[in-house]
Write a protein that binds this ligand. Structure first.
Ligand SMILES: [Zn+2]
Length: 112
């Protein structure tokens, strides 16, 4: 049961550069770049498992939300297929650890 889905470089579709997971806190996917750095240079380690993924270090996602552009924070550790949301998350899962859901959105485009 895969909890993450690979994504490719836009310049080279055969080149897998990272993996996305579905975040139950934000209710959309977060991409984690494991090969070449992302636009801001960040790159994560990955344990090679699709079913029980571990990414290091922590994943920090910040984005504006809604018409009022409310600043949102999602900060987590993904370890052995579990996601630990840190206390600085702005969503309801702050401080909680839950199992990552199975990734089943083949055409999910809204990545942050
Ligand atoms: Zn999130």
């Amino acid at each position: 049961m895969a909890k993450i889905k690979e994504f490719a470089s836009q310049a080279a579709p055969e080149d897998i550069i990272g993996y996305s997971f579905y975040c139950v806190g934000c209710k959309f996917t977060h991409p984690v770049h494991t090969k070449v750095g992302s636009h801001n240079g960040s790159q994560w380690g990955w344990n090679g498992s699709m079913d029980k993924p571990t990414f290091t270090p922590s994943v920090l996602v910040q984005y504006p939300w809604g018409e009022e552009r409310k600043p949102m924070v999602c900060h987590s550790f993904v370890t052995d297929g579990m996601i630990e949301f840190l206390a600085d998350c702005t969503h309801e899962f702050a401080g909680k650890t839950v199992e990552l859901p199975e990734f089943k959105w083949d055409d999910y485009d809204d990545e942050y």
